[in-house]
Design a binder for this molecule. Structure first.
Ligand code: SF4
Length: 345
């Protein structure tokens, strides 16, 4: 049997690869970056919501199940440049550095993941201009290293605000969808910071809180046990005062129906999820459908969310839309089994 190609080495791709390896299927795992682990590794995720489990406890076992396995051929720093259907599957061209190789594969799992919204596109929040306006993926690394300090002067902040829905639910930037994770991750970050540094005040500006399912518990705990304060409102802009040492969040409190202008030491933007780099190209090469948002579209998203509708091509993880790590891992397993069935037909 020719190997099954898994495109993408994040949680979904790792899960698919591990599952295929456990079935004894030869698997070709291709990742464009020089490392495995996707966004959790890239941004040094700290604890994962809602169980507050260290990200390493989830990612390391996945990585161990994939690396050093005889069934798995790993190609890092490699991109897919061509795909053609053959009698037994696909012929694919893979480019790394200056070299291109052609390989025959029996089936394909597209696990191209997501990219965080580039918060510089919300110019009014000052990300990229004011050093103490951070993206929440950057705060993850600070929390992970237990170094929550203002980038501008290296001092610990006394007041931090989170702004939710940055680059999500926002037709102005072309992203009307909900990122599904921004509320839970921001609340989790506020809880982590209050646990370690109760002297830091934490404020969350929200339109509405979407901590779906069992994650709602963390929302209530954050208020009742950790004193995180929630303000329903829209922040219109962030400016600087006191010679740049203070950030001012200006907007509207939509419960009190009045304008607000509040000083903070640090502001954290909950940036949304967009289709991962390589998703569009992979969709074009394999001729699979893409929705208006740019995510891959399963043929029957309710009945079989991992089937593309194109024989031999399967989907896993956030390539089809914003998704939590457990969902991405589950879809990786499902896509692996469907790809294995197809390759053995
Ligand atoms: S999950 Fe929360 S932060 Fe993300 S878009 Fe939905 S409501 Fe906004």
């Amino acid at each position: 049997m020719n190997p099954i190609l898994v495109l993408g080495g994040g949680p979904a791709g790792l899960s698919a690869t591990a599952e295929l390896a456990s079935l004894g299927a030869p698997t070709l795992l291709v990742e464009r970056e020089s490392y495995l682990g996707g966004n959790p590794k890239r941004w040094h995720y700290s604890l994962l919501a809602p169980d507050l489990r260290p990200a390493e406890e989830v990612m390391d076992p996945l990585l161990e199940r994939v690396t050093g396995r005889p069934e798995v051929e790993l190609r890092l720093g490699t991109t897919l440049t061509k795909a053609e259907r053959t009698a037994t599957g696909f012929s694919v061209a893979l480019r790394s550095a200056d070299t291109t190789v052609t390989r025959e594969v029996s089936a394909v799992v597209l696990a191209t993941g997501f990219d965080h919204f580039d918060s510089r596109r919300k110019f009014e929040y000052g990300y990229g201009r004011y050093p103490d306006v951070l993206d929440f993926k950057e705060l993850e690394g600070m929390i992970h290293d237990d170094k929550v300090l203002r980038p501008s002067d290296g001092r610990p902040p006394k007041r931090i605000a989170w702004i939710l829905c940055v680059g999500s639910r926002d037709v102005q930037v072309g992203n009307p969808w909900c990122c599904r994770m921004g509320c839970a991750v921001s609340i989790k970050q506020a809880v982590e910071i209050r646990q370690k540094h109760p002297e830091i005040d934490a404020y969350v500006y929200y339109m509405d809180i979407r901590t779906y399912g069992l994650w709602e518990d963390l929302y209530w705990k954050s208020m009742q046990e950790y004193g995180v304060k929630f303000i329903r409102g829209r922040i219109g802009q962030v400016t600087v005062a006191e010679g740049g040492s203070r950030l001012i969040a200006t907007g509207e409190d939509t419960i009190l129906s009045r304008p607000t202008e509040v000083p903070f030491d640090m502001i954290v933007l909950a940036s949304g999820m967009e289709p991962g780099t390589g998703t569009k190209q992979a969709a074009e090469l394999f001729g699979v459908p893409v929705g208006p948002e740019g995510f891959l579209t399963p043929r029957l998203s309710d009945l079989n969310p991992v089937d593309s509708g194109i024989p031999g091509v399967f989907f896993a993880g956030a390539a089809t839309g914003p998704k939590a790590i457990p969902d991405a891992v589950t879809e990786g397993m499902g896509a692996a089994l469907r790809a294995f069935q197809y390759a053995r037909r």
